[in-house]
Each structure stands twice: as structure tokens, then as C-alpha cells.
Design a binder for this molecule. Sequence first.
Ligand SMILES: CC(C)(COP(=O)(O)OP(=O)(O)OC[C@H]1O[C@@H](n2cnc3c(N)ncnc32)[C@H](O)[C@@H]1OP(=O)(O)O)[C@@H](O)C(=O)NCCC(=O)NCCS
Length: 163
Amino acid sequence: MDFRLVRATENDLPFIMATERREGYEALVGRWDEARHREALVDDSHAYFVGIGDSVPIGFVILRDWASAERVTLVKRIAVVAPGQGQGRMMLAAAADRVFGETDAYRLCIGFFPDNHRARRTYEAVGFTAEGVSRGSAFFQGMHRDEMVMAQLRPEWEKRRFG
Ligand SMILES: CC(C)(COP(=O)(O)OP(=O)(O)OC[C@H]1O[C@@H](n2cnc3c(N)ncnc32)[C@H](O)[C@@H]1OP(=O)(O)O)[C@@H](O)C(=O)NCCC(=O)NCCS
């Protein structure tokens, strides 16, 4: 598959919103309305990317604290249209390349619900290490939920990328 990770524009919002609303994703990933996405798309802290496989959008990644002074960036949300085909792994690896290649970030982290085993497996495959459970760190569908935190540091990315 010919794959590229490109910066999203407002034209990609219908795709992003449809993807985060896919059946089965409601317990896994947050959903924003259009106004919230539009706000984040143009603020300085979020960076939106869409994965393009063979000219078709296959998923998206939203990063928060892009190029922050603290040199810590968060994968705020990631989802693919067709899970379990290696596309999430490809997209997240490309996102890590963008973060470490284009900014001074030292740490890239990601939080997810501890029972999301597919996500954990994907993140491990891309070089993220589980650090522990962050208690009550997600306010999700009106409930305070724990999140597993995984992260990748710049030296780990360099080793994985360049050996
Ligand atoms: C999380 C997500 C982005 C991962 O992308 P993906 O394309 O599905 O992932 P990949 O196909 O690259 O890899 C999935 C891995 O999980 C494994 N896996 C699948 N289901 C699993 C399960 N129930 N338990 C454990 N591992 C599982 C697969 O075997 C594969 O690992 P392997 O290649 O070592 O065998 C995607 O599944 C997704 O969009 N999920 C819905 C939204 C979501 O959960 N987002 C993350 C919230 S933070």
C-alpha cells in the first residue's frame, strides 16, 4: 500500500468525525462535535493528520501540545477505518516520525482505557512503553475513568528509527 501521513484540513473533518463515530468505537475513543474540532484544528497546540493509503483516507491522528515548550506531545486521539490490518501501526509510526523529526519533542505519550488490548498491542509494536495507570485522568461520557499511559522518548525513537 502506498501510504502517506498528511496534515488535515477542514475538508477532512467529515472523515475524521465519521471515523471517531464508527460502530464499536464508542467505548474506546472520544468524539468531538464539529465546533470543537474546528477550534482545535486552528489552534496552536493541536496538529491534525490523516493517513492516506492508496489515495484513500484510512484513519486520523490528533496530536496535542505539538512543538510545546515542555517538549512533551500527546497523541490525543487515533482511529482507523479498518482495524486489525496493520494500518494503525503504520499511522502511529509515521506520526512519531513527524513529532520527533519536525519538533524538539523529547516525549510522546498516549493514554487509553486499560481494557483496550488492541491499542496497547499496536502502541507496543511502535515502540511505546507502558508506564502505569493514571487514575481518573479521563472524563469520558460523564464518568471519570482511569487511563493506561504509554510513552516513547526521543532516544528510543532514534534507536528504533536509525539503529
Ligand atoms: C487502536 C487502533 C488505532 C490500532 O490500529 P490497528 O490498525 O487496528 O492496529 P494494527 O492492525 O496495526 O495492530 C493491532 C494489533 O493488536 C492485536 N490485537 C487485535 N485485537 C486484539 C485484542 N483483542 N487483544 C490483544 N491484541 C489484539 C493484533 O493482533 C495486532 O497485533 P500483532 O500485529 O502483534 O498481531 C485501531 O484499532 C482503532 O482505530 N481502534 C478504535 C479506536 C481506538 O481504540 N483508538 C485508540 C484509543 S486511545
